[in-house]
Design a binder for this molecule. Structure first.
Ligand code: MN
Length: 267
């Protein structure tokens, strides 16, 4: 079976840090599957070359828009291009991962899932989150999507709302189509669960993919705590120049009160 992990990079180079960290996290799981980045025309040559050097195969894609869509966030404007993953018919099965996801452990078992599979959205559990999806590419399905795209409702103005309209029966599908929540864990949920001493242990097993929806870790300074720390650790493996000595000293601190952190800094 031909399969690949696929992500989307669009909106110029804005999501480059996300794709770099995602790729590094996939490689760290020891997967032998291909990594494919669908790139819109506004992604720079430099970014393409850098991603290729890190093991990504680049596939150029044309934009895809929904007429009259009113995106929840301006960055949702390009997201319908994600549907072009259905056009990657050289693959029998694709695991589509948002550029703002990070893989914590090997998830190759997702390629054994039936079409179509996704995990519930934390905000509306009877709908799926489109940040992690298992799909079988098909030009026929893609054509059907494009046919209904402009008229179909989308509750969030983005691809997720549209796809939930397109796969309206997802919640009623047999259980294999519904991925456990750990395959698409919002970073703020993970952060909350980690604070709980009992949940912490089951989390080690169950947390497979963190999804940095809404707040992107690379839009803030390197974080020393919370789920953003996972992302920064992975990103620092790609960019060791960011991995400073003081960061390690601060990480080692048990007591992270302001005074202790400052002490670690200036030592
Ligand atoms: Mn996302």
């Amino acid at each position: 079976m031909n399969c690949a992990y696929v992500t989307l990079i669009c909106n110029g180079d804005a999501y480059l840090p996300g794709v770099e960290a995602l790729g590094e996290s996939l490689k760290a799981t020891g997967t032998s599957k291909l990594m494919v980045a669908m790139a819109s025309a506004d992604v720079s040559e430099e970014t393409r070359a850098r991603l290729e050097a890190q093991g990504w195969q680049i596939r150029d894609i044309a934009p895809l828009h929904k007429a009259g869509a009113q995106p929840l966030f301006p960055r949702f404007d390009d997201v319908f291009a994600k549907l072009r993953a259905w056009q990657l018919t050289e693959f029998d099965k694709v695991v589509l991962l948002d550029a703002d996801t990070l893989v914590l452990q090997n998830i190759d078992e997702l390629f054994l899932r039936p079409y179509f599979a996704a995990a519930p959205d934390f905000l509306m559990p009877d709908r799926f989150n489109s940040g992690v999806m298992v799909l079988d590419p098909s030009e026929e399905t893609f054509a059907r999507m494009v046919e209904v795209l402009d008229k179909a409702p989308t509750y969030d103005g983005g691809d997720q709302g549209f796809l939930n309209t397109f796969f309206a029966d997802w919640f009623a599908m047999p259980v294999a189509h519904r991925l456990p929540a750990g395959y698409n864990l919002m970073h703020f949920i993970l952060q909350f669960l980690r604070g709980h001493p009992v949940l912490q242990r089951s989390l080690e097993r169950e947390a497979k993919v963190i999804h940095y929806a809404i707040q992107k870790p690379w839009h803030a300074a390197p974080q020393l705590s919370g789920a953003a720390q996972d992302w920064w650790q992975m990103y620092a493996r790609v960019h060791p120049e960011l991995d400073t000595d003081w960061r390690h000293r601060v990480h080692k601190l048990e007591d992270r009160t302001f005074d202790r952190v400052i002490e670690a800094f200036i030592r």
